[in-house]
Design a protein around this ligand. Structure first.
Ligand code: GLV
Ligand code: MN
Ligand code: MN
Length: 435
């Protein structure tokens, strides 16, 4: 962790950009207060699920900050919000940066937010320097990068890039317990985002370049004592839902040999996923069953139905599919042996994203000019940038996070590293906007 704030608040050696690190950190702390959980002993816990009161209040606050910075605001039908600083040649494709502010249950305060508030501060730093960019520079808040509410991640960026059919998106159901009846169409309308989702898609060439600033969410930068990462590729995520139907009954009276316990079958399925993922021997193969909904959910009732959500990722989608094939073999055998029914639903299976060599080189140049040692690396987490990559050249900047921890309240990035990331972002946006 790099904690010396002084250096990062000074001027950029290749330009004149100064980051107001004190203000940026204060804004990150202020944003962390829009949460439906209280701070806990574990750290600053943040839960901010898309289109909840907290999310909507945070969006309103952010719009105030952007208005103060003189940015033009546009919202689309899914709530993606665009804050534009108009360049001297406004008809040219813009340069953009952005990320998300939604947070999974009991998350930390830096995931996504660093890219939104850091992006805003990068724009303010460019403004303070007196430059007027040739291309417009746009900060984008993307809706529901996290899959918490509707079961699919990167909702806003999928729609922007035409990766998700608008009709399918509107029909998405809530995945949280007790919210299964709600649909995106209803929820977004209640949140004030109306109009057809078909209008969300951006045409190719809308952006000249896109750079997202984000915490690493892994341990590599800290281990190598490097203050910044430059992402060259983003691993390919997929997710599936499994519904296991058995037969329920009285926990005392239903005899063990007669049972078709859906949760016991689910347990075997989870272990099969773990076993086949480990068996690839590849560090880049990862799989997680992060939710398990048990029906009827009473201690004295044999589970009759279980729904699992699986998140499986790999830098190599073919290897990811091989794991799934092996799991399917087990599913068939265990369903027959336990006499349960197991249904698999594909939620998404995406390709990896490759970053633009040109933008990676611009980021390298800025780092070299500023004496910043940066690591070129792969992102194992997914990001909205994965989908923006389908319509624009992209790259990402990573900031180290303490012990590689993320999606936990004790997630932490140092103020100095955040400020440095914002400073490099400012320089890169400035350069790209002058092209
Ligand atoms: C993003 O939140 C991810 O799960 O990678
Ligand atoms: Mn996240
Ligand atoms: Mn994120």
């Amino acid at each position: 962790m790099h904690t010396d704030l002084e250096n990062t608040a000074t001027q950029d050696k290749s330009g004149t950009f100064a980051i107001d690190a004190v203000r940026l950190i204060a804004e990150l702390n202020a944003l962390a207060k829009f949460t439906s959980v209280e701070p806990s002993a574990e750290g600053t816990a943040v839960t901010r699920v898309v289109f909840t009161e907290d999310d909507l209040r945070a969006r309103a606050w952010l719009k105030l900050l952007a208005t103060e910075a003189g940015l033009l605001i546009r919202e689309d039908a899914v709530g993606n919000t665009f804050f534009r600083w108009i360049g001297s040649e406004p008809n040219l494709p813009a340069v953009a940066t952005g990320s998300h502010i939604d947070a999974i249950p009991h998350a930390g305060m830096y995931d996504g937010t660093v890219g939104v508030l850091g992006g805003l501060e990068a724009i303010r730093a460019l403004q303070r320097s007196g430059v007027r960019p040739r291309r417009s520079i746009e900060l984008v808040l993307l809706t529901s990068e996290e899959p918490t509410r509707f079961g699919i991640g990167c909702l806003g960026s999928r729609l922007l890039s035409g990766t998700l059919e608008p009709v399918r998106a509107d029909a998405l159901h809530g995945t949280q317990r007790g919210c299964e009846e709600e649909t995106l169409a209803e929820v977004r309308a209640d949140a004030g985002f109306t109009g057809p989702l078909a209008g969300v898609r951006l045409f190719e060439n809308y952006y000249h370049a896109w750079v997202e600033l984000h915490i690493e969410q892994g341990p590599l930068l800290e281990r190598e004592d490097l203050p910044l990462g430059i992402v060259t590729a983003i691993a390919a995520p997929a997710s599936y839902r499994f519904t296991i139907e058995g037969i329920g009954g009285h926990a005392g009276a239903l005899l063990m040999p007669d049972r078709r316990d859906a949760l016991c079958a689910a347990a075997e399925l989870i272990l099969s996923i773990e076993r086949h993922t480990l068996a690839t021997g590849a560090i880049d193969s990862v799989a997680t069953v992060g939710t398990c909904d048990v029906y009827p959910g009473a201690v004295n009732s044999v589970p009759s139905r279980v729904t699992l959500q699986l998140d499986i990722r790999d830098t190599d989608p073919t290897r990811r599919e091989r794991v799934m094939q092996a799991v399917r073999g087990d599913v068939e055998a265990l369903a027959a042996r336990r006499q349960v029914h197991i249904a698999e639903t594909l939620v998404n299976a995406d390709e990896p994203a490759i970053c633009s060599p040109h933008i990676v080189e611009v980021l390298n140049e800025v780092c070299r000019a500023n004496g910043v040692a940066a690591k070129q690396m792969v992102s194992r987490a997914y990001h909205d940038s994965s989908f923006i990559a389908r319509i624009a050249p992209i790259a990402m900047l990573f900031i180290p996070c303490r012990n590689g921890v993320s999606h936990r309240p004790d997630e932490h990035a140092s103020p100095a590293d955040i400020a440095l990331g914002a400073r490099v972002l400012a320089s890169a946006l400035g350069k790209l906007a002058s092209e």
